[in-house]
Design a protein around this ligand. Structure first.
Ligand SMILES: CC(C)(COP(=O)(O)OP(=O)(O)OC[C@H]1O[C@@H](n2cnc3c(N)ncnc32)[C@H](O)[C@@H]1OP(=O)(O)O)[C@@H](O)C(=O)NCCC(=O)NCCS
Length: 167
């Protein structure tokens, strides 16, 4: 099944239960229903899903935040950051380019909310995600020691919005 067979579209409230199931089966970081709902209500354009034959195969959920400038700028104002909160693709649908498509479309949507920089946290042992983020032009800002509840560290990664077209 080629990646073009999947529709990438904005998530709807009715999708949240499927998205939560994917989140719970693929990641240790899980959240209650109201957390997904709040992000969907606040940032509907950048909460996206990949769908095939009515089933959701993957999702990307993002938040827009104000934050200190990242590594790429010496601007003094607080930046508008597009924060990748969660992204996952079901195992049977991986390695077809879906993760990358979700990232690219999600980043375009975050630009519409004024994102000047994209940021994310990733487990330092998550080779697949790290490779994908690096391929998309993210670089490691620093290590966040013991970031996850089980004690594993994260890399904080960042990408300039201007670089999006070079991905
Ligand atoms: C990370 C994840 C979303 C990637 O989804 P995907 O649809 O398989 O990704 P793509 O097919 O678009 O692959 C994009 C790139 O990621 C990298 N990649 C993907 N799977 C990989 C693997 N198993 N090992 C190493 N690199 C991998 C490759 O660089 C790949 O590019 P290539 O196909 O040109 O080699 C998926 O593995 C996943 O859902 N993992 C569990 C949830 C998770 O870890 N989310 C991220 C939390 S920070």
């Amino acid at each position: 099944m080629a990646n073009e067979d999947y529709i990438i579209r904005c998530a709807e409230v009715n999708d949240i239960h499927q998205v939560m199931r994917i989140n719970q089966t693929t990641l240790p970081e899980n959240y209650p229903y109201p957390f997904f709902l709040e992000i969907l209500k606040k940032y509907p354009k950048s909460f996206i899903v990949a769908e095939k034959d009515g089933e959701i195969a993957g999702y990307m959920m993002n938040r827009i935040e104000k934050g200190l400038p990242g590594v790429f700028t010496n601007k003094l104002h607080r930046l508008t950051k597009g924060h990748v909160v969660s992204i996952a693709v079901l195992p049977g649908h991986r390695k077809k380019g879906l993760g990358k498509r979700l990232m690219l479309e999600g980043m375009e949507a975050m630009k519409e909310y004024g994102a000047e920089e994209f940021v994310l946290e990733v487990r330092i042992t998550n080779e697949a995600a790290l490779a994908m983020y690096k391929e998309l032009g993210f670089t490691v800002v620093r290590e966040l020691r013991g970031y996850y509840h089980d004690g594993e560290s994260a890399y904080l990664m960042s990408k300039r919005v201007e670089d999006i077209q070079n991905s």
